[in-house]
Design a protein around this ligand. Structure first.
Ligand SMILES: [Zn+2]
Length: 309
């Protein structure tokens, strides 16, 4: 069964990035999440991008093609035997177009050494920040299914990328956390509102809605449970109290003179309780035509007398 996260990614990979600037930002983030450069002495730089799903690999190819039609790409599928997981490799052959492309994507500065810095240039515009985050999520994101607790994370092997994403999300006022688990940097959101806002921002509105619906349902369920618990507790208390009263009444009935020896009001109460062991004190009070506090007073007296027997 495909996970919720892969459903979200599939939906995202079909969205249209309308502007050129956004396509560049998204592709840059995607590549930073899973690309390595391959140098080919004769032809210059090529690129190898590893994607965990076919949808993500297709997205990379589609973005590349719209940016530069001369770029040659090929795809291969590899299977890790231990994990039985498929990895899709997008290879970008070394060629003339690659260096300008990498420069545009912020991987190279003026054709020099690969750059490890952040993508400040690419993140100037608001629209591009959302696109960049979409790329990062497609490349290394994961989100819990709506019924589970709210958690969204983006993992990367690159400390620089981890920090860049953390900074970007903080600047966008997300309550974001960053941890590292053995060479893997994890940027995460834990609050439901933040997870929904993030998904909506990157263009996964439907997923955000699904989470919202599931959250409302959870809240309603919790409320119903609370009510049931309160009712059950009240009922249990009433049953326990009635059992105590009945035990006291039986002791008095077994004593010398029995219930007939009791004052009139207490005898009436004792007999009424014996006849209706299941009813609440309020109902008992109504049957005896007295107030609830009057009934409480009578029952306390009965208990005290029983203790003295
Ligand atoms: Zn843009």
């Amino acid at each position: 069964m495909p996970s919720f996260a892969s459903d979200v990614k599939n939906a995202l990979s079909r969205t249209d990035a309308e502007r050129d600037c956004c396509r560049t930002a998204e592709l840059a983030a995607l590549l930073r999440m899973g690309a390595s450069m391959a140098t080919d002495g004769e032809h210059g730089l090529g690129l190898r991008f590893e994607a965990a799903s076919a949808a993500v690999a297709r997205r990379v190819i589609r973005l590349l093609r719209t940016m530069d039609t001369t770029i040659e790409t090929s795809v291969a599928m590899e299977r890790t035997p231990q994990l039985r997981r498929r990895t899709y490799i997008v290879n970008i052959a070394a060629g003339e177009g690659v260096t300008p492309l990498l420069t545009r994507l912020g991987f190279l500065t003026r054709g020099e050494a690969p750059r490890a810095g952040t993508d400040v240039q690419l993140l100037r515009r608001k629209c591009c920040r959302a696109a960049y985050l979409r790329g990062a999520f497609l490349g290394g994101g994961s989100v819990n299914r709506p019924e589970a607790s709210c958690h969204l994370e983006i993992t990367t092997k690159s400390a620089v990328m981890g920090r860049a994403l953390h900074t970007l999300l903080r600047r966008l006022h997300f309550p974001v956390g960053l941890t590292d688990r053995r060479d893997t940097y994890v940027v995460y959101l834990k609050e439901g509102d933040a997870v929904m806002d993030f998904l909506a921002l990157i263009g996964a509105e439907e997923a955000a809605e699904e989470i919202e619906v599931a959250r409302n349902l959870k809240e309603v369920r919790a409320q119903v449970n609370r009510l049931v618990n309160v009712e059950t507790a009240n009922l249990q208390r009433a049953v326990d109290a009635a059992a105590d009263q009945l035990a006291a009444i039986e002791r008095l009935a077994a004593a010398a003179g029995g219930l007939a020896a009791l004052p009139e009001d207490l005898r009436e109460t004792a007999e009424m309780r014996r006849a209706h062991p299941e009813i609440s004190m309020t109902e008992l009070a109504a049957l005896c035509h007295i107030s609830k506090s009057g009934m409480s007073h009578r029952l306390r007296k009965i208990r005290r007398m029983a203790e003295e027997v």
